[in-house]
Design a protein around this ligand. Structure first.
Ligand SMILES: Cc1cc2nc3c(=O)[nH]c(=O)nc-3n(C[C@H](O)[C@H](O)[C@H](O)COP(=O)(O)O)c2cc1C
Length: 235
């Protein structure tokens, strides 16, 4: 393989053959020794944080894996997804920035109530059904490496299409694609934070290839970036 990005992608992919190594590695990790800030000889002076509309929402942001047993309605789900939509009717201007307005990250939604696989159409703020999946709540630990309680309503999947962005920026574009997905994830996290009925969590340990096959992206060289499990907040 002569493309270092493809090599990196291959090496960092999770599939049924290496998922147990991934789990073992996480269990063996000693979190007590992790560095959480850079220690210079002095500390910064502390300043009072202003209360702003954004800070009030951000204060409620948290990863939650506890869902109720009631599914979100399609309408609730679309209200949440609307935070990833276009602003006005312009596909080149959305709720999050994108390098060169290339929008190299697409979003898919797997619902657990009707088992539909949907493409999120950011222009329409609509879910387009493109197929069916067979995952049940009991499968999620195996395919997402996550323990949750109650019933998650949907799995949002962010998929990168690097060709869209490297055409303009060459190799540097790969970075931009990943950064764009991060901005989208935060949009979702804040949208969940501002609604007391919602819960959700980013899913880094998703089985890449297993989900990609459901999305019908053909030869676009899709890269599964991350998942986000969402649902109604549980106890
Ligand atoms: C890229 C990314 C991947 C993550 N993957 C997982 C995951 O696979 N399983 C999980 O339970 N939490 C996952 N999380 C959530 C983190 O564990 C969580 O953000 C962190 O513990 C801080 O907690 P907080 O978000 O509640 O502040 C992920 C977060 C990010 C940003």
């Amino acid at each position: 393989m002569d493309n270092p990005f493809e090599e990196f992608w291959e090496q960092s992919s999770l599939h049924s053959r290496n998922i147990s190594d991934y789990g073992r590695r996480m269990s063996a990790y000693d979190a007590d020794t992790k560095e959480l800030r850079v220690s210079y000889p002095e500390r910064a002076n502390s300043h009072k944080k202003p209360k702003t509309p954004l800070s009030k929402i951000t204060a409620k942001r948290a990863s939650s894996r506890a869902f109720s047993n009631t599914f979100l309605t399609a309408r609730d789900l679309l209200s949440l997804m609307s935070h990833l939509s276009v602003l006005t009717d312009d596909l080149e201007h959305r709720t999050y920035p994108s390098a060169g307005a290339t929008y190299s990250v697409e979003t898919f939604v797997l619902r657990f109530d009707d088992h539909s696989v949907n493409y999120y159409d950011a222009e329409k703020n609509g879910l387009l059904p493109i197929g069916q999946h067979s995952y049940e709540q009991t499968d999620l630990e195996r395919v997402l490496s996550i323990s949750h309680s109650g019933s998650a309503s949907a799995l949002v999947i962010f998929v990168g299409l690097p060709d869209r962005v490297i055409g303009k920026y060459s190799e540097r574009g790969y970075r931009f694609m990943l950064l764009e997905a991060g901005a989208m994830m935060q949009q979702l996290a804040l949208a969940i934070a501002q609604d007391k009925n919602l819960a959700g969590c980013a899913i880094g340990g998703i089985l890449d290839t297993e989900f990609l096959t459901l999305l019908g992206l053909g030869d676009r060289n899709p890269k599964l970036l991350t998942g986000y499990l969402v649902g109604r907040k549980g106890a």
